[in-house]
Write a protein that binds this ligand. Sequence first.
Ligand code: PLP
Length: 628
Amino acid sequence: MPSTNSYNPFRNYGIHLWGEENFVVENGEIKIDFGKKPSLVQITRQMREYGYKGPLLVRFPHLAIKNVRTLFNHFERAKQEFGYKGKFKAVFPLKVNQYPGFVTPLMEGTKDLEYGLEAGSKAELILAMTLTNLGRPITVNGFKDREMISIGFLAAKMGHDITITIEGINELELIIKEMDRLGSPMPKIGLRIRLHTGGIGLWAKSGGYSSKFGLTSTELLEAMDLLKSSDMIDRLSMIHFHIGSQMDHISPLKKAIREAGNIYAQLRKMGADNLHAINIGGGLAVEYSQHENLINRNYTLEEFTNDVVFLLKEIATAKSVPEPTIFTESGRYVAASHAVLIAPVLELFSQEYSEKRLRIKETNPPLVQELYDLYRSICEKNAREYLHDALDHMESLLTLFDLGYIDLVDRANTETLVHLIIKRAIELLHGKPSREIKTILDRVQERYLVNFSLFQSLPDYWGLGQHFPVMPLDRLDTEPTRSASLWDITCDSDGEIAFNIDNPLYLHDVDVKKEEYFLGFFKVGAYQEILGMRHNLFTHPTEVTVRFDESGEWHLENIIEAQSILDILDDIDYDTKEIERKIRQIFEENRNLENDERKEILGELYLYLSENGYLRTINFSEGAQRCD
Ligand SMILES: *Cc1c(COP(=O)(O)O)cnc(C)c1O
């Protein structure tokens, strides 16, 4: 058996680059490398058996918990290495994923760590107050009004360790007013600083001078005056910055830490005696790349934690201030890998190019005959040469057709044979397609219709061109031979992931009328769910959590079915009772229908209304191989 971890762009889809050792390929299937190692196909089949059709969002809470622990362990290691005396704490920023199927097990599984939640809105703050383990940190960012600040006071009165980060002087004034009204205990105060260091990546706007957030140097001085004059300087405990998401390089972070470290030291010297924490925000990048040449992250977690700890120690020593508690708010890094979207392929659009579609005649035009011979004798040694010959012949034959020398059957045979030869050539030249072959692949790409909505499930692909790792769940022991573009089931032409020669996706040639074929989209656990749009009224897919018990046995829990058609209409404020009444009325007034017939039709319609709007997978013909 070939080694499954060796680099083969055709077969392992770059798992060694993006997989974080969470998955393994065994016996041609991708499996979770944990406990009894269920394969994703097995999980999908089980859900089918329970009666759930359409796309699935599968959650693996153990992966998010693992990421948090890895982060803590790395900081612990770096602290020891540099003899750092400050603490390390972290919060999960709720805006990255607020779904209960994610947050609840995350809080449950990290109880023993100094790990809490970050809120950026009132609703998120209510979640943070409810779900954060008491005593663990809560931080509040974003724009705040009086009411939001009051809620922060109430959290402090519940006994929460809460820090409200001020984005502007007016927010500080509101806190002072609320302090007069509500009294102690009150939240701790953080100051978000506006760095001169620019932000980075696709999400650069969070950092730098023109950033939406944070206090300028002048405002910082003003804030200090206000805190002192209102006798609240002892509440100032944290300074905060966030330079943007998915930082691909470490250097802007290093600059930002130097800047923040010096501000921290200055403010302490100015009398902020309880200022003890620097919150370095989020931005830890996730590797989404499936190809070596597209890797986007230029640092490891080890380098990241070493740099943070080393720089802060250096500044604290130089300025003779205590080494600060380090806070992080990494969201994408914690959440992305925990969710996988599994979607069935419904159709392949150039399936007509199969051998059984050939209509070879008794006597064929010489070039068609030659194509046929090339197809029957192509082998590894001659594959490249035969491929070139086939493409030449195709050009000539198409010209002959235009001039009227060959007929439509000859032309159809030409197209089919050339496609078959290309397919064979790719199989034979496996592993290392040249630029030339990739260009050909671009021309002959297969369109895979996939039962999902890109707008609902991969909105960052639509909005920002963010690539997500994608691969089939099985057949991983056979070469995929088709260059693939993926179409979703919305009626929007933007609902497509086109074949891209620089980031190619190859899939298998499957007759989906006979066999099922599922694609997995990985690392969709950060931002995608809540940003997802209900374009065409497709809803959040059916979700399920995979939990492992102590013996490594896996269990499917917390199944939440995709919304029914009536529910989503209700969500956009239709009166669904009225819809039902209207349908019934129109049927009742239709005199062409017998009573029984009417009842039957209505019954069927009601059934559809109560189901979700994704497509049912096609029925397989009698006796054909199928999944469930
Ligand atoms: C969005 C956000 C984060 C999370 O950023 P990631 O790139 O997901 O780690 C952290 N802190 C603040 C203030 C944010 O706005």
